[in-house]
Design a protein around this ligand. Structure first.
Ligand SMILES: C[S@@+](CC[C@H](N)C(=O)[O-])C[C@H]1O[C@@H](n2cnc3c(N)ncnc32)[C@H](O)[C@@H]1O
Length: 359
């Protein structure tokens, strides 16, 4: 067995490293304001927040941005983001918040603000994880969201087959459309439409599935066998063992449970899809327990948003720890590489153990 994990000293360095740039935030809110004007349901960035960010960006450029001003921008922006998300409903299942309007703002809110400023992980951290691990031949993406990271990959002409799995139909549709859109634009702008180029558009399949379901069977008395109980195959059965890469990014913190062990079915299901000889399972998740244990450094604003998201049901991660993530991956896989970036656990794991293949 080979199991490696990067040390916590490494992770502390990462946590301290990230003081995300107000200049980038300024570009982001300009983008959100622009998006909003074309959609009546999207909230506009409030004027006081825009001017606070513009002032702070000026001071950042002059290298005299104070900690107080930085914190107050982060706090006001977090209030805006949280209230925008809350405006889509008050309580959610793990997939319930992702309606078409929120999906239009998702990349900006989650990857433009929450992740770098609160959870201290950046889009680049995850883009490079995908670049390193996603198989160009046969990739399975679970919990697809808007397909942000896949859309960066399919800009490469080499992607052949992608399977999309999610519990929310909006996400499956938006992700598929985005992939096709990127491919079409690539053809138009770079390659012209020759038969060879058409063949390089990846084949995309979609499956509406709850990744938390029991890996083995569902008992459904309505379907009836002789004894009134019919053991159904899991919808995942036909695709088990098929993929050279399985990506699951920012899913586990959305699933509800008192800790990561309560989400074990989801880990098993993901692992079972992997080609046992040659596949890699990778992703990242926000670890609420690590934030609770490091509350003074995580900061008041990040803690407020973490608790609010858990109260709403958008997250269910207050008990999720790095140690449990490492232990669970090591129980399931022979070869594990897991490390921290900010308050997130990031992993790559290979060679699922025999019992996973038999489930
Ligand atoms: C926070 S988004 C992550 C999106 C994207 N992977 C990213 O990194 O930004 C969570 C995604 O998980 C999906 N999801 C939530 N619960 C699920 C479940 N039980 N089974 C499958 N997908 C689920 C949601 O519909 C949504 O697409």
């Amino acid at each position: 067995m080979q199991s490696r994990s990067h040390s916590h000293e490494n992770s502390n360095a990462n946590e301290l490293r990230l003081r995300a740039s107000i200049r980038e935030l300024q570009q982001l809110i300009n983008g959100i304001s622009f998006t909003s004007s074309s959609s009546s349901n999207s909230p506009l960035v409030p004027a006081h927040l825009t001017s606070l960010i513009n002032d702070a960006a000026y001071h950042e450029d002059q290298s005299n941005l104070s900690n107080e001003m930085y914190e107050s921008v982060v706090k006001e922006m977090a209030l805006f983001v949280s209230s925008t998300i809350a405006s889509f409903g008050k309580s959610f299942e793990s997939e319930g918040v992702y309606n078409p309007e929120l999906l239009k703002l998702y990349d900006a809110l989650v990857w433009g603000f929450n992740s770098p400023f609160l959870w201290r992980i950046t889009q680049n951290d995850i883009s490079s994880l995908y670049e390193m691990n996603a198989s160009p031949h046969n990739h399975c993406e679970i919990a697809v969201g808007t397909g942000l990271f896949l859309s960066e990959l399919v800009a490469l002409p080499s992607m052949k087959h992608i399977a999309l799995l999610d519990l929310n139909e909006n996400c499956l549709r938006v992700c598929e459309e985005r992939i096709k859109d990127v491919c079409h634009r690539r053809h138009h702008h770079q390659l012209n439409d020759t038969p060879d180029n058409v063949a390089s558009v990846p084949d995309v399949s979609k499956l509406l599935v709850d990744i938390m379901m029991s890996p083995q069977t569902n008992n459904d008395p309505m379907k009836g066998g002789d004894d009134g109980v019919h053991i159904l195959q899991s919808p995942l059965t036909p695709i088990r063992g098929k993929f050279q890469s399985v990506g699951v990014n920012f899913l586990f913190h959305c699933l509800h449970g008192s800790n990561l062990y309560d989400k074990m079915h989801a880990f098993h299901n993901c692992a079972s899809l992997l080609d046992p000889q040659d596949g890699v399972f990778f992703g990242s998740t926000i670890l609420g327990k690590e934030m609770l244990d490091d509350e003074p450094n995580a900061g008041e604003t990040a803690m407020h948003v973490l608790r609010a998201f858990n109260d709403m049901g958008v997250f269910g991660n207050l008990g999720d720890s790095f140690q449990d993530l490492e232990d669970i991956l090591t129980v399931i896989f022979e070869d594990v590489d897991v490390y921290r970036v900010g308050y997130c656990g990031v992993w790559m794991a290979r060679h699922p153990k025999a019992y996973i293949r038999e489930e």
